[in-house]
Design a protein around this ligand. Sequence first.
Ligand code: SAM
Ligand code: SF4
Length: 333
Amino acid sequence: MAEMIDPFGRAINYLRVSVTDRCDFRCVYCMSEDMTFLPKAQILSLEELERVCDAFVRLGVRKLRMTGGEPLVRRNIISLFRGLSRHLKSGALDELTLTTNGSQLDRFAQDLADLGMRRINVSLDTLNPDKFAAITRWGKFDKVMAGLQAAKAAGLKVKINTVALKGVNDDEFDRMIAWCGDEGFDLTFIEVMPMGDIGGENRVDQYLPLSVLRGRLRENWTLEENDHKTGGPARYMSVRETGGRLGFITPMTHNFCESCNRVRLTCTGTLYMCLGQEDAADLRAPLRESDDDALLDGAIHDAIARKPKGHDFIIDRNHQGPAVGRHMSVTGG
Ligand code: SAM
Ligand code: SF4
């Protein structure tokens, strides 16, 4: 079996792919309202995206996560998933999955399940429709709720991702744990990360350390250590009262780099070896230069050989600018 091993001995077997930088929401911590999107010519076609994913699978990737922007707003995206699902059937891939804002799930959930997706991540920061409108600016709460029910009905396992925002949704976390328990969803809290210019919003104001949150949750819930590991930055616990799994993603206060097994591809074909660092490799040029995959495979190997040991996010209190200039919607979270 092919394997990609980086200079620190980590096997790289997980690729996250941002299939578009566009989105039908404008979440306050992710984008400014008048976000400028990339020119279409810079974006990889669905065929090109499939070719790069095929190369990564051939080189040892076992898990693909599609993200964005909002992956389900890209026209014909199901055709890409359909193409990639053949790797599930052949056994070359263990998992094909998706991170979505849920807005299009009522249309697509059954198709996704039919293609062999088993679990999806759905981002939802609040159960209050007014707050939902304030956070997402353009999102429709009822549509997301309908999407979640469609996912359940299609048999998809759902994990809710909630960004913890001080003074915005921090009075709702107990309710979210209870609701996820009732619905049979797992839940992960994410610390807000300093990525991309978001206009007038202030990240220091938004930042809520999850160590504080965990302490607060223990007043109402029995959190038990859970050895569930994904190779990712999440730490999982079990909530005894609901039986549900609760994760915490703490890129700011914890170092999870030692076990990092992933790289990220943007919709323009740029490969980031680390979420928190600027070094990147262009895969679009080798992809477009030749129909043969030798150049592409070579570029991927060169990139993995440069994967850094770790990252360093800092919300700068003096300058309050992003530590990493690109937006999460470009790198795909
Ligand atoms: N649009 C899809 C969604 O919202 O799930 C997929 C892309 S979105 C960029 C992926 C995840 O990144 C979402 O869970 C979102 O909440 C999270 N995210 C975006 N900006 C973030 C930030 N500055 N800090 C922490 N998480 C962020
Ligand atoms: Fe869109 Fe996801 Fe960013 Fe919200 S977090 S604006 S849904 S890409």
